[in-house]
Write a protein that binds this ligand. Structure first.
Ligand SMILES: *[C@@H]1O[C@H](CO)[C@@H](O)[C@H](O)[C@H]1NC(C)=O
Ligand SMILES: *[C@@H]1O[C@H](CO)[C@@H](O)[C@H](O)[C@H]1NC(C)=O
Ligand SMILES: *[C@@H]1O[C@H](CO)[C@@H](O)[C@H](O)[C@H]1NC(C)=O
Ligand SMILES: *[C@@H]1O[C@H](CO)[C@@H](O)[C@H](O)[C@H]1NC(C)=O
Ligand SMILES: *[C@@H]1O[C@H](CO)[C@@H](O)[C@H](O)[C@H]1NC(C)=O
Length: 376
């Protein structure tokens, strides 16, 4: 495992658009913009274009404003280091390309061993696409990023678009020293880094946790002009209201300079909020003036369409996804997601005139019990 000091590179930015990244191992990366040309000197496993766009954008912001990171100990280049080597990025890009919809949009989920056992959450997740109304074809656009070899093997046995993220080079011990976070927390943050890299590759995405059943196509309910739209545990009625409590398990994000900067800022903000996971940090930073400065348009998705066990959709005709949120314990989640699928199947088999009648879900069931007994 690499020494953490080697991974921690300091980024210094001058007011011209030249950034020098120096690692303690002595090598320098210099990015220079001259007449739109990009020169790279001594590059070290970087996705050059993505990095450049990121650095250029943040130089722009830093130039015009107070440093949004001045509350941070230092804005280290650790936050810029892509998850991938160049060849890994190329391999991911190949998979994204095969899975993309017409307009460079993909559906992404991450998968680890516990969720990939036979008869697992992942199986229920895939099954929901097959049972949902107009969701089966979305499987062609779903890319599963597995975080360990067992998850990857299970993925390739049941799905065409699987990418094995090489997590062995990730320096958990180093980050622990820095942030006092656990390996688990680090894994949670990996998805933010992963999604940042996917945005940098120019792909729009729907990120979905695998403990979500897809019952209808959600694309019809996305806001056409939002940059970042996210599901809610509880929805207050106004899609612009930052008081809505977002759930990081489901979001739809367009690839542009605003979203790339936003994700990088989100990831960097964990330093000022050690021990919190990405969703909690999002809840802290959503009011930060820098978000306004980035100019990103954030919107919140109505639980009528993008629902969960915290707040189930009242309307079976409208519901698109159901998330096993507000639920602790894998077995409780699996049981209740299966129940939700059963409810959906029953609904779909109703004659048309009965479909408009008010119905209720049999979930949360086990989840409502387990919610009161969070694991220690
Ligand atoms: C994964 O990353 C580590 C460390 O960066 C590297 O040594 C190893 O060769 C990589 N494995 C694969 C399969 O690419
Ligand atoms: C991509 O295409 C789908 C289906 O036509 C559409 O609903 C969605 O808004 C498009 N996304 C972008 C980013 O243009
Ligand atoms: C970011 O902005 C630059 C300059 O406006 C533009 O050329 C580039 O395509 C943008 N990048 C993305 C990912 O939208
Ligand atoms: C299935 O989806 C189509 C297209 O969105 C919609 O018109 C139809 O009402 C849906 N069926 C049910 C039972 O919700
Ligand atoms: C889950 O719910 C079912 C049906 O209500 C019940 O029989 C079972 O004991 C519950 N299991 C747990 C672990 O709570």
């Amino acid at each position: 495992m690499e020494n953490s000091a080697e991974n921690t590179q300091q980024l210094k930015m001058s007011k011209s658009s030249t950034a020098i990244i120096s690692g303690s191992s002595g090598e320098n990366i210099q990015l220079r913009s001259s007449g739109g040309n990009l020169q790279l000197i001594n590059q070290r496993n970087a996705i050059v274009i993505g990095l450049f766009v990121g650095v250029a954008v943040s130089c722009l912001f830093l130039y015009h404003s107070v440093n949004p990171f001045e509350f941070l100990p230092s804005y280290s280049a650790y936050d810029f280091v892509p998850l991938f080597t160049k060849s890994e990025a190329a391999s991911l890009e190949g998979i994204l390309k095969r899975a993309e919809m017409k307009n460079k949009t993909v559906i992404i989920t991450t998968l680890s061993q516990a969720w990939a056992e036979p008869n697992s959450i992942f199986d229920v997740f895939l099954q929901s696409f097959r049972m949902g109304n107009g969701t089966r074809e979305l499987l062609n656009h779903l890319v599963v990023v597995s975080l360990d070899p067992k998850a990857h093997n299970h993925c390739i046995s049941s799905h065409p678009h699987c990418y094995a993220l090489n997590t062995s080079g990730l320096d958990f011990s180093g980050s622990e020293k820095y942030f006092m976070t656990s390996e688990y927390l680090e894994m949670m943050w990996i998805r933010i880094r992963l999604l940042t890299n996917i945005l940098q590759l120019g792909y729009n995405f729907v990120f979905t946790d695998a403990d979500i059943v897809w019952l209808q196509n959600p694309f019809q309910h996305f806001f056409p002009d939002a940059d970042f739209q996210i599901a809610c545990d509880r929805y207050l009625g106004n899609p612009y209201d930052l008081q809505n409590s977002p759930n990081g398990g489901f979001n739809y994000v367009k690839s542009n300079n605003r979203t790339i900067e936003f994700y990088r800022y989100w990831y960097a903000s964990r330093r000022s909020h050690p021990g919190l996971h990405d969703q909690d940090v999002l809840n802290k930073i959503k009011f930060h003036p820098y978000i306004k400065e980035i100019g990103i348009k954030i919107m919140f998705l109505d639980t009528k369409y993008i629902a969960g066990f915290c707040e189930v959709s009242r309307d079976f005709n409208a519901v698109c996804t159901m998330h096993a949120n507000c639920c602790f314990g894998l077995q409780a989640k699996i049981r209740d997601l299966k129940l939700a699928l059963q409810d959906w199947k029953t609904f779909m088999q109703l004659p048309p005139n009965e479909k408009s009648l008010q119905r209720s879900w049999s979930v949360p069931n086990n989840c409502s019990l387990s919610a009161f007994h969070p694991p220690p």
